[in-house]
Each structure stands twice: as C-alpha cells, then as structure tokens.
Design a binder for this molecule. Structure first.
Ligand code: GUN
Ligand code: FE
Length: 452
C-alpha cells in the first residue's frame, strides 16, 4: 500500500474570482468531466483528464472511483466557534441576550479539560462531515480549550487557525481573564502551536465590548512583534452592540476606530459580520486589507441584519464566507451558501453558484493568505478535497438530472444540499470522512475499485 491514490470523478477548481455574472469569467475555473486527482504524500501531484493522467500513474497506485460525483477543494470556514457546538439552534434571542443566556454558560463548561477535548473531537468530526477541511476557530478564554482543538487537529493532520478568547470585562467572572494575564496565556499558546505542522495562531479579542483598552493595547503589541500571526474578532453585527460600543469608547469616531486605535486592523485580521458599516469604515478596511467574514446563517438566525456583500466588495474590502456556528445554523459549507443566497436575494444581489463555490474554496484561502497551500486542486497544493454527491437525496437527484448545465446543477446542489451531499472528505492526502463508512466496511468493492 503506497501513500498515493488516484481519485477519479468530475473535478472543479477555481483559478480566480469568477465574477458575479451567471456565466463565470473566462479562465476563472477548470473543470474535467471525467477527471482525476493524483494524491501523493499529502500533496496533489497532478490533476487532469483521467485518460490523460492514468497512463503516468504506477500500477500499484490505488484508484478511488468517484465517477458520478464532484471533486472540489475542501471547503474553508473563515470564522466559527467550536465551543458553541452544543448551543447551536438555541431559541429566540438577539446577539447580546444570546451571549448571556446561552453562549457564556456553554463556554464556562470548558474550564473542564475533558469537556474541551470531547467537544473539540466532535466539532472536527462535524466539520469534516460538512466538507470543511480548514477553519479559523474561536476557542474560549481557557487556554486548555486551545490546546484541545490544536492537539485534535494535529492528530488528524488538519490545517487550522485558532486562538484563546481574550475578554477581561462584561462577561461572567469564570470567563474573564486580565489585560496582561490573557495576553501572557496567548503568548504561551503561540509558542506551543503557531507554525507547528499545519497550525497557526489567531489572536482572539472577542469584541470591543469585552476587552478593556489595556487588553486591546496589549494585543496590538503582540501583533506588532510577529507579522505572521492572525487576528480574529467581531465588528458591527448588531444595533444594540453598536450603541454600547459608542458609549464605552466615546473617544472613537466609530466602531472600527476602536480596533484601529490599538493596531488591530491589518491584512491578517478577520472581522466577523460588518453588517452596519459606514462607507468610511469600509474604505478604511479596504486600505488596511482586513477581511470581513460574511456569516449569513448567523445573521439570519440572530436577526442581526443583511450584509451588503456587493457594497463591501465594491469598496475594495476582502470578504470571506463563514458559518459562525453556534449562532450559525450549520457547519456544512453548502448550508452557508444557502444563507448567502437568501441574504443576497433580499437585497437584489443573488449569489451565483460559481461565486459561492469560489468563495468557499479559493476565495477564503486568499482571504486567509493560504492560497499557496490550499483552496485549489493543483500540483503541489496540499491534498484537502471534498467529494460531493448530486444524488444524495431523491429530490436533489431528480433536480440535478433535469439540469442542463453545470451551473444549474451546482446551483441546485448549493440550494438543496447539506452534509448528506458530502460523500467523502480528504485532508493531507488521507480519507478523513466517508459518508457511508459502515456500508463501505461491509462491501468495500462498491466504494472503491482497484487497478485490475
Ligand atoms: N460577538 C461577540 N461574541 C460573539 C459570538 O460568540 N458570536 C457572535 N455571532 N457574535 C459575537
Ligand atoms: Fe462569531
């Protein structure tokens, strides 16, 4: 058994932004109807038509038969809270009440290491079941919560960004750190995890409301000393939040100015939401190269508002797509795309499947400065792929059989699909999720076929 496989099926990968039109821009993507992805030692060795590639592949390389299915780069989630897995779908609150009533109590449980380890494992299982192979993850304020998810991701050889939540005010005492203590803990975690295997550290001040000026200033200091670190936070999500930020930081002319003042807005910063931004804030985000994580299912669930994707893009701001579970209602990228379409439709800016799948893959990889490693199926890239099943449900099978074009089939998949459509997920060249795993153990020949 070599560490090499040839995955055979339809293959779709983006090379550039396909634009917003129903027909994708020329040269923005590559598609092989009967394609093959040659995976070796965790990397993609080659991609081409099956008939062109197969003769170059040694006999002993296993052929995994995904004919009839679609192979794409693994999905990327630019903003998600693993600690909120167990409060997903908690009823009837807007942001600030939702945090107090559900989120903070759930995060308190992470004081117990065994709980953190258990949820980290379940979260990664769910993420892979949804076809997501890389995420930027909020942990809790407990350093152990960070060790737990990094260690679980390392064992599974996943590419992951994560960080300890920093918050030294306006949260239960059991969850608050101190301005200096929280940053000291972050520095220990950076030393232990940043740049190890496929892991990277993202400094994580929760949002302006839960950090003192001293804490924000200390975070800015760490960031200035190491340009390779990421930063993740929240910005301009909810009207009540905005009013309170204005009260707490009267010296700042708007919400973004709070983060700017402490040096927290740069090309490696991801701010979730950005729903209620002014033109001026958008222009400043664009200048800084910071990334806004559009989290549609979360915005719809909490009633936070409708993100203006096109205005944000037209202002030159980098945008990414995120689940933001547990305010978001699903970890599967397809669920996120449904929300993004609906938020867009309500504003006369419906999302095409081309744009949606681009964002989930190469678009998010670019937003996180990881597009030289992930987000595309091309030689040399890390072998993180998802295998999607157009026949996962009877209705989807019927709808996609009737579709006349690939664009139409992809759109039906995006609107009707969920984790049932994720037939298999590969990370670092290894099969890490197989939908019909039990059936495959009993009848492996139906799941893969070998060279004869
Ligand atoms: N703002 C501050 N914390 C959170 C959080 O946990 N979820 C969301 N959606 N917004 C936040
Ligand atoms: Fe969030």
């Amino acid at each position: 058994m070599t560490d090499s496989q040839l995955l055979r099926g339809a293959v779709l990968t983006f090379d550039a932004d396909p634009g917003e039109a129903p027909t994708p821009d020329a040269d923005s993507l590559r598609y092989w109807e009967d394609g093959a992805v040659w995976v070796e030692g965790g990397r993609i060795r080659a991609v081409d038509d099956f008939s062109a590639l197969a003769p170059h592949v040694p006999e002993e390389v296993e052929i995994v038969d995904y004919r009839g299915k679609l192979i794409m780069p693994g999905f990327i989630d630019s903003h998600v809270h693993y600690s909120q897995l167990d409060i997903i779908a908690s009823f009837g609150r807007e942001l600030l009440d939702w945090l107090n009533d559900y989120t903070f109590p759930a995060e308190c449980r992470f004081a117990e290491r065994a709980h953190a380890i258990d949820v980290a494992e379940r979260f990664l299982d769910e993420m892979l079941r949804g076809g997501t192979t890389t995420a930027q993850v909020f942990c809790t304020s407990h350093p152990d919560s960070v060790d737990s998810i990094f260690s679980a991701a390392q064992q599974r050889r996943l590419r992951l960004l994560a960080g300890k939540v920093l918050m030294d005010r306006h949260a239960p005492e059991a969850l608050t750190d101190s301005a200096t203590g929280g940053v000291r803990d972050s520095e220990r975690l950076i030393a232990d995890w940043h740049g190890k295997d496929r892991l990277a550290y993202s400094l994580t001040p929760r949002f302006a409301l839960t950090s003192s000026r001293e804490q924000l200033d200390a975070v800015g200091g760490v960031l200035r000393n190491d340009q390779s670190l990421y930063l993740q936070s929240h910005l301009s999500e909810n009207r009540g939040e905005l009013a309170w930020v204005a009260e707490l930081f009267p010296e700042c002319r708007d919400y973004l100015a709070v983060y700017e003042r402490y040096g927290l807005v740069g090309p490696r910063s991801t701010y979730a939401h950005g729903i209620h931004l002014s033109e001026d804030e958008r222009a400043r985000l664009a200048d800084a190269g910071a990334n806004i994580a559009f989290s549609p299912t979360s915005n719809l669930f909490l009633g936070s508002g409708l993100f203006d994707r096109l205005a944000t893009r037209d202002a030159g701001v980098v945008t990414s797509l995120a689940s933001d579970v547990g305010a978001g209602t699903g970890l599967c990228g397809l669920t996120t795309l449904q929300g993004a379409y609906q938020v867009g439709a309500l504003q006369g800016q419906p999302l095409t499947a081309w744009q949606g799948f681009y964002r989930l893959t190469l678009g998010n990889a670019k937003a996180l400065h990881l597009d030289h490693r992930i987000g595309r199926i091309q030689a040399g890239h890390e072998a993180d792929v998802v295998v999607l099943d157009f026949a996962a449900t009877p209705l989807l099978a019927r709808r996609t059989q009737m579709a006349e074009t690939l664009g139409e089939r992809l759109f039906a998949l995006m609107m009707l699909g969920d984790d049932r459509c994720v037939y298999a997920t590969w990370a670092d060249g290894r099969l890490v999720h197989q939908r019909d795993a039990d059936a495959c153990r009993e009848a492996p020949q139906e799941c893969t076929s070998m060279h004869s």
